[in-house]
Ligand binder design. Structure first.
Ligand code: PLP
Length: 433
């Protein structure tokens, strides 16, 4: 069955864009560490009738009628999320990771308050205080970072000293460009020492946590955890906010205490920040959380890391310097300019021509400009969903290095053919359970 029959009949232009993207995804290798492929069940939910429904509020407390089934599906998503991440509360309404972080800031902070977050050049995310975001007009962001970029070790002593000096209201731990793990316990202790909320943004690694391949910050004293649902967690594009504490009715403004965070967060997401929730995505989140609680997903999460480590090894052996010297998670940051004399931008372009999609990335202390930096960032979540193992990972890394080394049309053309045949031999599974 062609699932796009109606689009084909009604709108040839959009049909052509969708089928083009379908072919691109089928024949190329997706190495962008924040991307993944979802199951057909997740996609069906996103195309379901729930997109028709307004349901401002929360299950049992809505501002519109006709909520029998929205309540049913949102409750499922909430309960599954809580179980998966051992949280006391889950708000599954945030439309994306950026929105989730903003809603979490607003739940706890007053304008002028300080947030201590990871240096963006060391792997932190834009929403953790980049000057180009509006949040920096409201809040004061201060930084911690790596002590040594060749091992990736975080300078926890400096972090504590900065926390004592700056008195942040939130200590924020999370990243989108850091290939190691954080000492969650140590960071939670630092937050405690200065009476701050410990907030983790696990947007990139939520699936690895759900699959038991990485530690869960909520098990180590963190109060709040935001995450996207579409990266390693392999669900629909969207996000959620998990928390520890007591849940009470969000209709009454509670006292601002750490214990009340779940309620403060609910009020912050709606009506504080967003309007009606996207119930079709919430239905898809519920399905993704069910998929993420299976033994198969556990295996997937562990394989993602094994594959990343196999690729890292090939790069290191090939003489390429990796930021932090390797990886403990799903992503790799390589200094291609320093090691091979090719800029991150050129590398991205060449590899794209060879059917491998990834992104250029600044590295800590980069001497090059952000739009053509020294590094590339790539990762294994999407290719692992296709069933690729360590051996395949080594082969792909070897092809990447050949392209980056030789750079001529012939090499690129050969690489593209090899990539295409690997991709076609590993179609995206329709179901993961
Ligand atoms: C991807 C990401 C976000 C933003 O998510 P969007 O859904 O793109 O808004 C926030 N924080 C981190 C750490 C991320 O990696």
């Amino acid at each position: 069955m062609n699932p796009y029959d109606h689009i084909k009949n009604e709108d040839q232009e959009v049909f052509s864009a969708i089928t083009g993207e379908e072919t691109r995804e089928a024949e190329g290798l997706e190495l962008i560490p924040s991307e993944n492929y979802v199951s057909l069940a997740v996609r069906e939910a996103m195309g379901s009738v729930f997109t028709n429904k307004y349901s401002e509020g929360y299950p049992g407390k809505r501002y519109y009628g006709g909520q029998e089934f929205t309540d049913q599906v949102e409750t499922l998503a909430i309960e599954r999320a809580k179980t998966l991440f051992r949280a006391d509360h889950a708000n599954v309404q945030p439309l994306g990771g950026a929105a989730a972080n903003i809603a979490a800031y607003f739940a706890w902070l007053t304008p002028g308050d300080t947030v201590l977050g990871m240096d963006l050049a060391h792997g932190g995310h834009l929403t953790h205080g980049s000057p180009v975001t509006y949040m920096t007009k409201l809040y004061n962001f201060v930084r911690y970072g790596m002590k040594d970029i060749d091992t990736g070790e975080i300078d926890y002593d400096e972090m504590l000293a900065t926390a004592k000096r700056e008195r942040p209201k939130i200590v924020l731990a999370g990243f989108s460009g850091y290939p190691r793990t954080l000492d969650w316990k140590k960071i939670a202790d630092i937050a405690k020492e200065v009476d701050a909320v410990a907030m983790a943004d696990v947007a990139h690694i939520a699936g690895l946590i759900a699959g038991g391949a990485l530690e869960n910050p909520l098990d180590h004293g963190f109060h709040v955890m935001t995450t996207t649902t579409h990266k390693t967690l392999r669900g629909p594009r969207g996000a959620m906010i998990l928390s520890k504490g007591t849940v009470s009715t969000p209709l009454k403004a509670p006292e601002k205490t750490i214990e009340n965070l779940p309620t403060l967060i609910d009020r912050s997401v709606f009506p504080g920040f967003q309007g009606g929730p996207h119930m079709h995505q919430i239905a898809a989140k519920a399905i993704a959380f069910k998929e993420a609680s299976t033994p198969a997903f556990k295996e997937y999460a562990h394989q993602v890391i094994k594959n990343a480590q196999a690729m890292a090894e090939v790069f290191t052996t090939g003489g390429v310097r990796l930021i932090t010297g390797g990886t403990d998670n799903h992503l790799i940051l390589a200094d291609v300019y320093g090691s091979l004399g090719i800029s991150g931008g050129e590398a991205e372009l060449l590899l794209d021509r060879a059917g491998m999609t990834l992104n250029k990335n600044s590295i800590a202390g980069d001497t090059r400009k952000p739009f053509d930096p020294s590094g590339i960032r790539f990762g294994t979540p999407a290719m692992t969903t296709r069933g690729l193992n360590e051996e395949d990972s080594r082969e792909i890394a070897t092809i990447m290095l050949e392209v980056l080394d030789k750079r001529d049309d012939e090499t690129v053309k050969n690489a593209k053919e090899r990539v295409r045949s690997i991709a076609l031999a590993h179609p995206v599974p329709e179901s993961f359970v």
